[in-house]
Design a protein around this ligand. Structure first.
Ligand code: ADP
Ligand code: MG
Length: 138
């Protein structure tokens, strides 16, 4: 069954001019882009998006990083989209990410790790709704 996931190309990957490389990998892996935006989060917006991590020791670092520059957000469609995209991006820490994954290729470290990918269908919907209305999806 065709399902959806949500992604962010993070500020480090945008700064390194890797938007095109990452979108090419997403398309080659068979994802359809349903919605897409280029924007910059305020610290408050980044804090709200990552509120589930508020108790973790790296939260303030994460919020500062995610609001440090422009990002690309997108909704992606594919069979088994959430799991398939987590496979494509690789482990959170690029040192542990499999060869050929987006994070292995483009992430610098566990914090500045190039891309976000939803971890469940429920969170994909919550995260997509944070950035997109139904009118933005094609
Ligand atoms: P993932 O993005 O793989 O789902 P998590 O949900 O655990 O990983 O963490 C969310 C984000 O927080 C990570 O993508 C990364 O940017 C940041 N992060 C995670 N762990 C650390 C850490 N130990 N130190 C700094 N930043 C971290
Ligand atoms: Mg996560």
């Amino acid at each position: 069954m065709s399902t959806f996931t949500f992604t962010i190309i993070k500020p480090d990957a945008v700064r390194a001019s890797n938007i095109g490389n990452i979108l090419a990998m997403i398309n080659k892996a068979g994802f359809r882009i349903v919605a897409m935006k280029y924007l910059k989060l305020s610290e408050q917006q980044a804090g709200q998006f990552y509120a589930v991590h508020a108790h973790r020791p790296f939260y303030s670092e994460l919020v500062a990083f995610m609001s440090s520059g422009p990002i690309v957000t997108a909704v992606l469609e594919k069979e088994d989209a959430v799991a398939s995209f987590r496979t494509l991006i690789g482990a959170t820490n690029p040192a542990e990410a499999a060869e050929g994954t987006i994070r292995k290729l483009y992430a610098a470290n566990v914090g500045e790790n190039a891309v976000h990918g939803s971890d469940s269908d429920e969170n994909a919907q919550i995260e997509a709704n944070f950035f997109f209305s139904s009118l933005d999806r094609f």
